[in-house]
Design a binder for this molecule. Structure first.
Ligand SMILES: *Cc1c(COP(=O)(O)O)cnc(C)c1O
Length: 231
């Protein structure tokens, strides 16, 4: 992709979302663009914010908290998308609107307990290790129904859906396979837990965004194609 300014890049990603949605008969507003701003300074987020971007995703807690302070005047919707140690859950429970990487019950329990009263429930997605890779985070497909049932019972969390980071495929069409599988797992969960607000598939990054949208993604997490390559 051509390296443009952050507002130019946001525009071209938004156009790609519109094109992808059109080619599979989806409404463009059914996909939320999450700007993944890890390693980027707060000034870059402000440039994106001034261009209209509202959803930002961060992976590293301390870095995220520093940026939240610098951008306290902005009405940003903050998403935590990185791995989280159980002794760090309070900051996510207090300072974020969304948490995409819940993969075990201990973390979910703590997030629910630590969510301040008076705040709306924390929106959570369960991260699924969709390609069953040893090196990857996420609950296994086999254990997903049990984890989902337990998380659904926690009072201060809203179980919104599933998140995955599939292994890259060599062939573009093959990239849809894990996304379609994740979409199927969400359908199974909706049947299992009809009272939950299960409406979210957090899938698709700079390299596989279109494949994810074709497969039903509702949140695409885009870093490089907005902010440029990370060091
Ligand atoms: C870094 C990251 C992204 C963004 O990746 P790009 O390839 O830069 O678009 C998306 N999701 C997660 C979980 C990430 O860690």
């Amino acid at each position: 992709m051509r390296k443009g300014s952050i507002p130019e890049n946001l525009n071209s990603v938004a156009e790609r979302i519109v094109t992808a949605c059109r080619s599979c008969d989806r409404r463009a507003d059914s996909v939320t663009l999450l700007a993944v701003s890890k390693t980027r300074p707060a000034e870059d987020l402000r440039v994106a914010y001034d261009a209209g971007q509202r959803h930002f995703g961060e992976n590293y807690l301390q870095e995220a908290l520093d940026k939240q302070e610098a951008l306290a005047d902005c009405d940003i919707i903050w998403h935590f998308i990185g791995p989280l140690q159980s002794n760090k859950t309070r900051d996510v429970a207090v300072h974020f609107h969304w948490m995409h990487t819940v993969e075990r019950l201990k973390i979910a329990r703590r997030l629910s307990e630590q969510r301040p009263t008076g705040m709306p429930p924390l929106n959570v997605c369960l991260q699924v290790n969709i390609d069953e890779e040893d090196s990857k985070s996420g609950v296994s497909v086999e254990k997903l129904p049990e984890l989902a049932a337990s998380v659904a019972a926690l009072p201060n969390l809203a179980l919104r859906g599933l998140m995955a980071i599939p292994a890259p495929r060599g062939v573009a069409e093959d990239q849809r396979t894990p996304f379609i599988r994740l979409a199927g797992l969400l359908e199974d969960l909706k049947a299992q837990l009809p009272d939950q607000p299960l409406d979210t598939l957090s899938m698709g990054m700079s390299g596989d965004m279109e494949a994810a949208i074709f497969s039903g993604s509702t949140i695409v997490r885009i870093g490089t194609d907005i902010f440029g390559a990370r060091k």
